[in-house]
Each structure stands twice: as structure tokens, then as C-alpha cells.
Design a protein around this ligand. Structure first.
Ligand code: NZQ
Ligand code: ZN
Length: 396
């Protein structure tokens, strides 16, 4: 087991009606002026935004709001939010929504605590480390990105066509209200995208150069995968299935708070492949991952056939004794599951469609910053490797 540091300070308040605790929790964490961030309108239509505002009113909080966060959240709106937070003298940024809303809130929290420093140039591009941020809180409406407990925030800069994340412990929210009932209004497609993302956050920590000596971490990861696979299907079939959605929502947080990868490095190569598709074609995050995972897996599995075989046996119940055959069956089982919940397993199954070769090369070039950096850890990849994976996924 490699040395590790685990810091998960987020207070989780889980279950029915917990959104009513938003005011109490904001107060507990020191707030009196709350800037609420939300997305394209689902929380207005469901009445959740009003409930949250009432909860803040009950605690005598001042509040302002900024809506309109889009999936693949834009830097431009986050910059607007920074100015609004400064003008309003916000002392807590409250995200009411999913990963896109939460990531926008995190960016605003960093920007508002560092007036005069552009969030993208200074922090996202790594000129300076983050040393302070306003506190953030979350009322979660979708089981997916795990941003409610994670250390990262992902923004899309439409000027440069770049989608990229910033990881810092200052991104960990102070509290996360998680009521699976709030996810009952999700379109099936979004439920499925979330299930894929949760699986991928676990798999990106499972397939790494260190496959031995992490029994506890492996068991957590495999248990989480079995749980999200089983309940993800149920939640996809019926988003009002409270028990199934509860399991998926809890898996979402655990899949990305760090616990499924302790004692080994992360890979996250699939996320790099996916983020370029999100930036260029504005596809949903989960779909960009399922569309490339199988191509990635077949490209790399020979590096550690035993690991893929173990994944097949422990997660999918594959009984095949021959190692390579078990590994290949594991990859096929994963892709079949994605198909069974309506997720793409190639580029042609997304709206973007099959792409000309130059576009695939451009995607790989952008991901590797002009072939100047190697990405991933299970197999370190350059632009050529990434291009080959996009090419393998480039069919209908
Ligand atoms: O905008 P509204 O109207 O709210 O609709 C949203 C949006 O269209 C809708 N939705 C959310 N909750 C709903 C609902 N519709 C009906 N009922 C509800 N209860 O779902 C759509 C997707 O929302 P989004 O927030 O984009 O989804 P998700 O949570 O999957 O977040 C995806 C974003 O998070 C980033 C992704 O790259 C992507 O930009 N990620 C963030 C991570 C992090 N910060 O740790 C890690 C992840 O790997 C990921 O990269
Ligand atoms: Zn993800």
C-alpha cells in the first residue's frame, strides 16, 4: 500500500426532506449571506429552489441567486458569479443542482476569496495554488459526478475550447444535503450518465500500475461497483425507486471522495478522453466516458490481464478460468451493461456521430497539450495513443 492522505470534511445530511435543513446548515458553517447557484431550471420547476430559500429565510439569512448553469459548465458564467459574490459580500456559495452547478459554485468560491485574480488564468492554469476559498454547501439533485464531496471542479472555457478540472482541498464542500427523492424527476438519460460516471470514478482508480497490496481499497471499489451496477439499473428503470436511488446517490459520493483509490495512484485517462469530447461537442459527461471506455480497455488490458480478470470475477461474477478470456468477458460485460441503460459504447452512438480522422487527431492533440504531456498512469499515453483509442471508438 502506498502512502496516502485522505481528507473528507464534508458533512453529509442524507435522506428525505433534508433540503429543509439548508438554512440551519449554512448557519452552522458560519454563513449569513448566501449566494445560491442553480442550473437551467429543473430546481425552479420542482419547487426546490423556493424550499431552499424558505429554509434560509427561517434562519434570517440574506440571499441572492444566480441561475443558468449549463452542463459542461462555462467559465464565463463562473466569472459572472465571482463578481456577483463579491458585490453581494457572500460568505457561502450554495449549489442547488448537480455536478455542473456544484463546480460553478466551487469556482465562484475560489474567485470571490481572491478578488482581482482571474480564476482561469491564475488557478485553473496553475499559475498559483489555491490558498483560500469561501465555504460551499450543496443541495444535490442528481447522483453522478460526486462533486458534492470531491476535491475537484471542472469548467469549460469556450474561448479556448478547453474543459479542465482544478483539484484542491479547498474545493471540498462544507456540507452536502443528499435527498434521493430530489433525483426522481431526472430524465432516464441523466440517470444513466450518472451511473456510468460513478462506475468510471471507481474504475479510474482500480486500473492503475499498482494492482497488489490494497485489499481494503479493492474490496470497497468492487463492492461499490456491484452496488451501483445493480441499483443503477433499477434507478434507471424507475427514478422514483427511492431505495435504488439512495444506493446510487451514496455510491456517487463514495466513488469520488478518494476512498476507492487509497494506496495507489489514479489513472483518469478516460476522463481526459471524455473531457475533450465534452468541450468540442458539448456531450453529457457520462456518455463521453462510456463511449470510449471499451476502446481504452481493449487497448490496455494486456498490461495487466490478471487485474481485468479479477474485475470480471469480483464485479461481474464471471466464472471463466482462463485469464485472458475472463478479462475480455469483463470488458464485454461492462459494455453490455452500458448498452442496457441506453449509454453509447462508441462515438457514433452520440449526437456528435462518427468523425473524420483529422478531428480525432485534433482531440488527441488538445488533450495532450500539443503532444507535450503524457496522460494516465495505468498506461501513460501520448497523442498517438489517444488518437488510436478515439479511432477504435469511431464507429456507429
Ligand atoms: O440544469 P438543470 O435544469 O438543473 O438540469 C440538469 C442538467 O440538464 C439536469 N438535472 C439535474 N438534476 C435534475 C435534473 N433534471 C431533472 N431533475 C433533477 N433532479 O441534469 C442535467 C445534467 O446536470 P449536470 O449537473 O451537468 O450533471 P452531473 O452531475 O452529471 O455533472 C456533470 C458535470 O460535472 C463534471 C463533469 O465533467 C460535467 O461537467 N464532473 C465533475 C467532477 C467533480 N467536480 O468532482 C468529477 C466528474 O468526473 C466530472 O468531470
Ligand atoms: Zn466523471
Amino acid at each position: 500500500m502506498q502512502n496516502f492522505r485522505q481528507y473528507t470534511p464534508t458533512e453529509i445530511v442524507f435522506g428525505k426532506d433534508t433540503q429543509k435543513e439548508a438554512g440551519h446548515l449554512a448557519k452552522k458553517w458560519g454563513a449569513s449571506r448566501v449566494l445560491i447557484i442553480y442550473g437551467g431550471g429543473s430546481v425552479v420547476r420542482s419547487g426546490l429552489l423556493d424550499t431552499v430559500k424558505e429554509a434560509l429565510d427561517e434562519e434570517g439569512m440574506e440571499h441572492a441567486e444566480l441561475g443558468g448553469v449549463q452542463p459542461n459548465p462555462r467559465l464565463s458564467l463562473a466569472r459572472e458569479g465571482v463578481q456577483q459574490a463579491i458585490d453581494f459580500q457572500a460568505d457561502l456559495i450554495l449549489a442547488v443542482g448537480g455536478g455542473s452547478v456544484i463546480d460553478t459554485a466551487k469556482a465562484i468560491a475560489i474567485g470571490a476569496a481572491n478578488p482581482g485574480k482571474d480564476i482561469w488564468d491564475v488557478f485553473w492554469m496553475g499559475q498559483e495554488p489555491v490558498t483560500r476559498a469561501l465555504p460551499t454547501g450543496v443541495v444535490l439533485t442528481i447522483a453522478a459526478a460526486g462533486s458534492e464531496t470531491s476535491e475537484s471542479a471542472v469548467l469549460t472555457n469556450t474561448d479556448t475550447g478547453k474543459k479542465t478540472g482544478l483539484s484542491t482541498e479547498f474545493n471540498r464542500p462544507r456540507f452536502a444535503i443528499m435527498n434521493p427523492e430530489l433525483a426522481a424527476t431526472l430524465p432516464k438519460y441523466q440517470v444513466a450518465c450518472g451511473v456510468v460516471d460513478i462506475m468510471m470514478h471507481t474504475l479510474e482508480r482500480y486500473f492503475t500500475p499498482v494492482s497488489e497490496g490494497n485489499q481494503m481499497t479493492d474490496e470497497i471499489a468492487e463492492g461499490l461497483l456491484r452496488t451501483v451496477i445493480e441499483n443503477g439499473k433499477k434507478a434507471w428503470e424507475n427514478p422514483t425507486d427511492y431505495e435504488a436511488m439512495s444506493e446510487v446517490m451514496w455510491c456517487g459520493s463514495l466513488s469520488h471522495n478518494g476512498i476507492t483509490g487509497l494506496g495507489r495512484p489514479k489513472d483518469f485517462l478516460n476522463h481526459k478522453l471524455g473531457h475533450e469530447l465534452g468541450a468540442m461537442f458539448d456531450e453529457a459527461h457520462g456518455a463521453t466516458l462510456s463511449a470510449v471506455w471499451g476502446s481504452w480497455a481493449r487497448y490496455v488490458y494486456r498490461l495487466d490481464v490478471a487485474r481485468f480478470a479479477r474485475y470480471g470475477r469480483k464485479v461481474w461474477g464471471i466464472e471463466e478460468e482462463q485469464e485472458e478470456e475472463a478479462a475480455l468477458q469483463a470488458i464485454a460485460a461492462t459494455e453490455n451493461y452500458f448498452r442496457s441503460i441506453g449509454m453509447p459504447v462508441c462515438l457514433g452512438q452520440m449526437e456528435m456521430g462518427v468523425q473524420p480522422d483529422e478531428v480525432l487527431k485534433d482531440l488527441a492533440w488538445r488533450a495532450t497539450k500539443g503532444d507535450t504531456v503524457w496522460l494516465g498512469s495505468f498506461m501513460k499515453m501520448n497523442a498517438q495513443n489517444m488518437y488510436e483509442i478515439y479511432k477504435a471508438a469511431n464507429h456507429g
